[in-house]
Design a protein. Structure first.
Length: 632
């Protein structure tokens, strides 16, 4: 009397990026969970203490969920109890496990189809057809079953490892390892199509790089070309007698006994192929080998596409960062500018606060960005806020954010600049204009790193580095009680006084060249230059708006002038130079001079605030404040 058949199965639990733990299953029910007492111990916080049970009854395996917190899924579907089939993906919490079953029951088997191994027959299989787990046949060949299990484990491990590859060479190193472990070829070569040039470039594991010399490879180019052209997986048992490839000299010269080539297909395009062969008197590849190689190609395509997309984004980011840094470059070789460079080099590696003091247009935000981009926070965000441009309530919402319904118009929650600048830099311009209530809240953030959104009930944390700037005498404001002394001390860890343009006028030539190149390129014009007379006129100008005023002037000249050489008349500096009947008395106060100058520029522009602010070299918010102050 024959004994009942014994069902054998394994559960391959993914426990790391490149490996899985294999558990031999018994027909008696086995528990799975986080507890050490479970038959299958999975130390993952998403797995319940006693998560599920797996067992076999009447030859049929099944898994039962034991009221786990995060559920048990089979092939993506949540289940309470489910019968299992070979190849099922069982997910416990967030842990994937592959179910592999074997059966040593004796069957009346149909005769094996020997056509695969006839040396004169070549197989071509469309790469979308995968029959790795079952081909409709049952077998009691233990060696073949073990080979199938090893193939499944290889595919399972490789599919997980592709997500960890950060470059194409690393990806193909994993593929080379998987193919050689499971298929045992003499050679494996991945050939990738360059997305920009369309050139086919092979990869070698020994070199860990791509080589342009595909023509010198000792492989069958005819088989590779066939796979590229037909976009199908190719298996040739005996290429020398295969009518498609028998005229290929490389097959004869290199004694290629058997070969496979699988395309890496993405939609209707081919990203490359994976070629393997055996030499001399080696055993031919089987259809199972072809199916496994085709299956390995699928996650390779996804990973390669992701790597290329990531690399493209990285290149685009580098270009944008280069453009941004070029836009905010500090230009000059004078002693004052060299002192400024020394300060930036000293301040950039630190996380302490910085206070920049300088007149409007001297480049305070420019210096703050230079500190950010040359320091340890260069990869983090840079946020800028003008404290003088917002009311007290809007300023607090801008700095700290708000929750939905915190005030009229707050239709949704919004993060503030401190939150957005986490791990980066927050630039606070015109800090002296900050209202007293906001000053106290800013001091708390600087001391503790904690803040609270407007209308919120919980604290949040930010480690943003704060760089503050002002064009006022902030020490005088502290003495007058208009600015908190403790906040001033907190901001005044590193202080830098930015020189006005008149104090480094020797940099005028370099600045003009820089701005001319920038705006000519922006406007699509050929390079323009300043005549000696025009340069002398620029050196004589008082530049109340400093470098910003010069920048705006050069931009206006480039836009309006069609000559290659810029003459003094093209500069239109008469208004700014003053003189004549309109010249103010040297005994006039600085405040009166500023008021009268703003009034003249407003009259010149016909009341255009944007153009007026550009000529004066100040922000429109600052202009509005001065118009209100002087009642213009």
């Amino acid at each position: 009397m024959r004994s009942a058949p014994q069902a054998m199965a394994k559960l391959i639990v993914q426990t790391g990026a490149n490996a899985g733990t294999v558990f031999e299953l018994t027909e008696a029910p086995m528990t799975i969970g986080r507890e050490h007492d479970c038959d299958i111990h999975i130390p993952d916080e998403k797995v319940s203490r006693c998560h599920a049970r797996i067992g076999c009854r009447d030859g049929q395996w099944s898994v039962t969920d034991l009221d786990s917190r995060n559920g048990t899924y089979v092939n993506g579907e949540r289940t309470k109890e489910r019968q299992l089939a070979p190849g099922d993906d069982v997910v416990l919490g967030q842990v994937h496990a592959l179910f592999v079953a074997e059966d040593d029951t004796t069957h009346d088997l149909p005769p094996e189809d020997g056509s695969w191994v006839q040396p004169t027959i070549a197989e071509t299989v469309v790469s979308d057809r995968i029959e790795l787990l079952s081909r409709g046949r049952l077998t009691h060949d233990r060696e073949q079953l073990e080979h199938t299990n090893e193939a499944l484990i290889t595919l399972f491990r490789y599919s997980n490892s592709t997500g960890q590859a950060r470059s194409a060479p690393l990806l193909f190193e994993e593929l080379d390892r998987a193919v050689k472990d499971a298929i045992l070829p003499d050679r494996m070569v991945a050939i990738v199509v360059d997305p920009e040039t369309g050139e086919q470039r092979p990869w070698f594991r020994d070199a860990s790089a791509f080589d342009k010399k595909l023509s010198e490879l000792p492989v069958s180019r005819s088989i590779i070309d066939f796979a590229f052209r037909e976009q199908v997986s190719v298996l040739s048992h005996a290429p020398a007698r295969d009518e498609r490839f028998q005229n290929s000299p490389s097959i004869q010269i290199n004694r290629i006994a058997t070969a496979m080539c699988v395309p890496l297909r993405l939609g209707d395009s081919v990203m490359g192929v994976v070629y393997t062969d055996r030499l001399g008197d080696a055993q031919p590849f089987t259809r199972t080998d072809l199916e496994l190689l085709t299956a390995l190609a699928m996650p390779t395509v996804v990973a390669l596409h992701t790597i290329r997309a990531t690399e493209a984004l990285h290149r685009e980011r580098q270009v944008l960062e280069k453009e941004v840094r070029g836009q905010y470059a500090i230009v000059g070789e004078s002693a004052r500018i060299k002192e400024l460079f020394d300060f930036i080099d000293s301040a950039a590696p630190l996380d302490t606060g910085v206070l920049l003091i300088g007149k409007s247009g001297t480049g305070k935000e420019l210096v703050s960005r230079a500190i950010h981009y040359t320091g340890n926070r260069a990869k983090g965000p840079f946020e800028a806020v003008n404290c003088a441009a917002l009311t007290e309530s809007l300023l607090e919402s801008e700095l700290f954010g708000h929750v939905k319904g915190a005030f009229t118009g707050a239709h949704e929650s919004r993060a503030g600049r401190f939150e957005l600048a986490h791990h980066g830099t927050l630039f606070l311009d015109e800090i002296a204009e900050m209202p007293p209530t906001s000053q106290s809240k800013l001091l708390r953030v600087l001391e503790t790193g904690d803040f609270r959104r407007v209308g919120d009930v919980r604290d949040r944390t930010s480690n943003a580095r704060v760089i503050a700037a002002t064009n006022q005498d902030i020490e005088e404001l502290v003495r007058e009680g208009r600015f908190r002394q403790d906040l001033y001390y907190r901001l005044n860890v590193l202080t830098c006084h930015l020189p006005p343009l008149r104090e480094h006028i020797e940099d005028m030539g370099l600045l003009c060249d820089h701005f001319l190149e920038m705006f000519c390129r922006k406007c699509g014009k050929s390079r323009m230059e300043l005549s000696e007379a025009a340069m002398e006129r620029l050196r004589e100008h008082p530049w109340p708006g400093n470098v910003r005023e010069l920048r705006n002037l050069i931009e206006r000249v480039v836009v309006l002038t069609n000559r290659q050489v810029i003459e003094p008349d093209d500069l239109h500096l008469e208004l700014q130079s003053g003189g004549g009947a309109d010249e103010v008395s040297p005994l006039t106060s600085l405040q009166d001079m500023e008021r009268d100058h703003i009034q003249r520029v407003l009259e010149h522009t016909g009341g255009n605030k944007k153009e007026t602010a550009g000529i004066l070299g100040i922000d429109r918010s600052t202009l509005y404040a001065k118009i209100k102050t002087y009642q213009l």
